[in-house]
Design a protein around this ligand. Structure first.
Ligand code: GTP
Ligand code: MG
Length: 431
């Protein structure tokens, strides 16, 4: 690989960080992560500026003196953008842009840009577009303010300035597009539900890989595919993309893992999580993450060699809480054990067992598979059924033997989603 050539394609940027909180270590971690996000977006960090203030400056976010310093750094490094750690208001963005004379991106903007470059499937593309438009909506006024109010106030539509009219027009168009996208995504979700139903009827347990971005989820999937019986298909073709880069995976992939001597199961690889992920982005990816909601077992994968893995675990658990998957058994997987020198002592988790593994060397994988099989055998199997109102006995049996996650009264009967013991799950699935 020619590093010089590779670098030539990268766009130089300057990162700017505003520390308004006490914890300096946490701030450096967030700045380092911002640099990795830049790399994932083919941006080369040519300079960095930081400022400590009790509150962000209302006008220029960094304060006028620091903003000037930033302008000189931008000129000196020939940076094409400035990427800020934090979320700037439209006015702060506009004012800062005026001083430094290059576009300003905030962290959300950067993540959206990475997502839009990485999205491959139609669903992922639509999700990113929807998140981007939702990000744009409140920021429209910043874009049109230069047109100003060209006629007097009064509040009636006819009296509004060109800028305001344009904002309203854009806002309506964008809202319309967001609605269209929502409908289209719902349709895709329905198709996916049908596919999922088909997979459930195959009777394979379903395992979902979740975790902070770059933890090694895709690598673990590839390791398990590699261990799968070659007779069940060319496993090399089924490999998923793995890379030392944030947000390498954006689309959910489901693969059948069929390791000789073990019960076959389905495995989903999902989009990684990150701290302070924009709320609209999580919402946009909710349907992709639905794979997790229907899993029988969740593997929470962490990069145990990363000094911040405890924080990564917390972010993952918080995101899972939002997804409402508390009833599904989980296993904590401390990956990249090969990079650790010290003793590998397993931490205790109230929510599930934990294992050290290495997706690269295969260390600990057999133990992890045993633990997973244990959960399959104990039959913690998620089922979704509609029980006719006439079958009250079955409903009370599900309540007695299983753990009900969701219950809704529908026209044809009681829709119920529950974690059930294997015999009951089999019985329900045969119905
Ligand atoms: N040393 C070592 N590196 C690993 C191991 N597992 C994964 N990696 C590396 O970690 C990086 C990230 O791996 P991925 O599998 O792409 O991580 P991911 O969790 O899928 O990341 P996203 O898709 O971005 O969420 C890659 O460079 C892998 O080669 C491991 O067990 N040991
Ligand atoms: Mg991945």
């Amino acid at each position: 690989m020619n590093l010089e050539e590779d670098r030539a394609e990268l766009i130089p940027v300057v990162t700017a960080g505003l520390r308004t909180w006490e914890d300096e270590e946490e701030f450096s971690r967030a700045m380092e992560e911002l640099e990795s996000l830049c790399e994932a977006c083919d941006l080369l960090v040519a300079g960095t500026i930081t400022q400590a203030l009790p509150h962000p400056d209302n006008a220029t976010w960094l304060g006028s003196g620091k903003a000037l310093e930033l302008m000189y750094l931008v000129r000196g490094t020939e940076a094409e953008h400035v990427v800020c750690l934090g979320n700037l208001s439209p006015a702060q963005m506009k004012n800062l842009q005026k001083v430094i004379e290059v576009p300003v991106w905030d962290r959300t903007n950067l993540i959206l840009e990475i997502f839009s470059r990485r999205a491959k499937t139609r669903e992922a593309r639509l999700q990113v577009e929807s998140a981007y438009l939702q990000y744009m909506l409140p920021r429209l006024s910043g874009m049109w303010k230069h047109l100003g109010r060209q006629s007097g106030g009064g509040g009636s539509r006819a009296n509004k300035g060109i800028g305001e009219k344009q904002i309203e027009l854009d806002r309506r168009q964008i809202s319309h597009r967001i609605n269209e996208l929502r409908k289209e995504l719902k349709q895709i979700e329905r198709t996916r539900d049908v596919q999922r139903g088909g997979r459930r009827r195959d009777g394979f347990p379903h395992v979902a890989l979740v975790g902070y971005t770059n933890a090694g989820k895709s690598s673990l999937m590839n390791r398990l595919l590699h261990m799968s019986d070659p007779a069940s298909g060319n496993q090399e073709n089924k490999k998923v993309f793995e890379k030392d880069m944030l947000f390498a995976t954006l689309d959910t992939s489901v693969r059948k893992i069929d390791i000789p001597g073990r019960k076959p199961f389905l495995l989903s690889d999902t989009v990684g999580f990150i701290e302070n992920i924009p709320h609209d982005l999580i919402k946009a990816f909710r349907s992709t993450l639905a794979e997790v909601k229907y899993a029988d077992v969740i593997l929470i994968v962490m990069d145990s060699s990363d000094p911040h893995h405890a924080m990564h675990k917390k972010v993952t658990e918080d995101t899972l809480r939002d997804l409402d998957v508390s009833g599904i058994p989980r296993i904590y997987v401390y990956n990249k054990a090969d990079l650790r020198d010290e003793d590998l002592t397993v931490e205790n988790h109230p929510g599930g067992d934990s294992y050290y593994i290495s997706a690269h060397t295969g260390y600990g994988i057999d133990d992890l598979l045993d633990a997973m099989s244990g959960l399959f055998k104990s039959g913690s199997c998620m089922v979704e059924v509609c029980i006719p109102y006439t079958d009250g006995n079955m409903l009370s049996r599900i309540h007695k033997e299983g753990e009900v996650i969701e219950e809704r009264f529908e026209e044809g009967g009681t829709y119920i989603r529950a974690v059930c013991p294997a015999p009951l799950a089999d019985h329900l699935m045969r119905k």
